[in-house]
Design a binder for this molecule. Structure first.
Ligand code: GRF
Length: 203
């Protein structure tokens, strides 16, 4: 089985990155995490990547670049040089420029902690809880220029319980993320997909 080189972009804790690294190590997900890029110097995800032995781990400082495009060009350059086929966003809290999205057209994926198209944006979990939905979940999707608006690759559902807090609901969603993200990457690589408008058709 060919292992696909991926770049993972992070800003925070990196628990999804850890799940992907673990699945790759166990042979459950045919990816080679070749590059990890963070826009935050103190992201715990950087340590997770280093500890797992990822060969190229970078903090790319937004302050070193004059604008978003210059920053994204620097990141694209790193990813290209490492010959990565996919860009995997795992808690990456920066909006990507259209330059970047078009450069890696349909090769960027993201995981969002809500059942899209509901509850886009950074407060997806608390918005869903406040709205009173009875099921919540997570979505893996292709990245388009519209934030959280790309074609949907996969979703997982969890119940919302009476006594849920933001933390308890997010935790239940994240448990599903750790399964869904590696599984979806696996399918993307092994099975592939075609697109019919917005619909992803798995082969
Ligand atoms: C996840 O909940 C993901 O859905 C969202 O950001 C969070 C990242 O968590 N995009 P982590 O850094 O992987 O722990």
């Amino acid at each position: 089985m060919a292992h696909h080189a991926i770049a993972v972009m992070v800003s925070g804790r990196g628990t999804n990155l850890a799940a992907i690294l673990e699945a790759a190590k166990n042979g459950e997900c045919p990816v080679d995490v070749r590059v990890v890029i963070s826009n935050k110097i103190d992201a715990p995800a950087l340590r997770i990547a280093r500890d797992a032995g990822v060969s190229s781990v970078f903090f790319v400082n937004p302050k070193d670049y004059k604008d978003r495009i210059a920053y994204d060009k620097a990141c694209a350059d790193i990813i290209e040089k490492a010959d990565c086929q996919w860009v995997v966003l795992a808690g990456y809290m920066r909006i990507l420029s259209s330059f970047f999205v078009n450069y890696f057209f349909n090769r960027i994926v993201n995981i969002h902690p809500a059942l899209l198209p509901a509850f886009t944006g950074v407060d997806g979990v608390s918005d869903a809880l406040a709205y009173g939905v009875k099921v919540a979940g997570c979505t893996v999707h292709l990245v388009s220029e519209e934030v959280d608006g790309g074609a949907i690759l996969s979703q997982a559902v969890v119940p919302v319980l009476n006594d849920d807090s933001l933390e308890s609901l997010h935790q239940r969603i994240q448990k599903e993320e750790y399964k869904l993200y590696p599984q979806t990457l696996h399918r993307m690589i092994e099975q592939g997909f075609s697109m019919d408008g917005r619909r992803i058709i798995w082969r």
